[in-house]
Design a protein around this ligand. Structure first.
Ligand code: NAD
Length: 235
């Protein structure tokens, strides 16, 4: 397999785990400078950044190499291009490769439908000071999961508040991004209503959690038909 973003935090962690895993042989550790030079490989894991993904999508599409995309922060246009590419190659894309996140999404969807609109939903995410995109891809995935559960794709989402922000409208979703220290990744989802608040918190202790999930996805996607897959599809 090849890894894009090999010298980054996630790239290094993924390589560290892959070298001890008999399923994998790393044939390319790709960084910015080697962009577009890719030896024969069965799968490419992308932990670069949004722009990096777009370069490697074009290469993988041309060479028919399946991808695992872990990089986040894609603009709508970039996401559409990735979706297009998945008509020709298998792509597993996830903003959060941890084992627990799909369960968190289910719990949050249950709470959102169960509690109804007298409960305000606020999401607070925290990441290390070097993270370049905000809010996190995971926070966006949580918003999308809530919108899906409520069947309201266009719910108003506010990113932080300041000034005279006015009375909070019902069903608005607030999203707040903390950037501090060396926090690997934390998401809190608060449901606050009359007389009570229910909070769900997911904390990732180590990048090893993400690396293990990305490797599981990489082993799975080889030989799969073209398509856009999520971690829910990966067995
Ligand atoms: P990082 O900045 O430490 O590493 C990114 C690396 O990519 C850098 O070494 C950079 O030089 C390299 N790079 C940039 N452009 C490239 C290109 N065109 N080709 C090859 N390499 C290129 O960042 P990080 O903390 O390792 O995170 C990387 C990405 O993964 C971010 O988008 C982050 O949000 C995301 N992430 C996803 C998950 C997940 O579970 N899906 C978990 C953690 C981080």
């Amino acid at each position: 397999m090849a890894i894009a973003g090999a010298a980054g935090r996630m790239g290094r962690s993924t390589i560290e785990h892959a070298v001890d895993d008999p399923r994998f042989e790393i044939v390319a550790r790709l960084e910015r400078s080697e962009a577009r030079t890719l030896p024969e490989c069965d799968v490419l894991i992308d932990f670069s950044d949004a722009a990096g993904t777009m370069e490697w999508v074009e290469v993988c599409l041309k060479r028919r190499i399946p991808m695992v995309i872990g990089a986040t922060g894609h603009e709508d246009e970039q996401a559409t291009r990735i979706l297009d590419a998945s008509k020709a190659i298998g792509i597993v894309k996830a903003a959060n490769f941890s084992v627990g996140l799909p369960a968190v999404l289910k719990i949050v969807q249950g709470l959102a439908t169960e509690l109804g609109d007298s409960y305000d939903i606020e999401i607070v995410e925290a990441h290390h000071r070097n993270k370049v995109d905000a809010p996190s891809g995971t926070a966006l995935a949580i918003v999308e999961a809530i919108q899906d559960a409520r069947n309201e794709p266009k719910t108003e989402v506010v990113h932080g508040r300041s000034g005279t922000s006015g009375v909070r409208p019902r069903r608005q979703i607030g999203v707040h991004a903390l950037r501090m220290g060396d926090v690997v990744g934390q998401h809190e989802i608060h449901f606050s209503g009359p007389g009570e608040t229910i909070s769900v918190r997911h904390t990732v202790h180590s990048r090893a959690t993400f690396a293990a999930g990305a490797l599981r996805a990489a082993a799975w996607v080889v030989g799969k038909p073209p398509g856009m897959y999520s971690m829910g599809d990966v067995r």
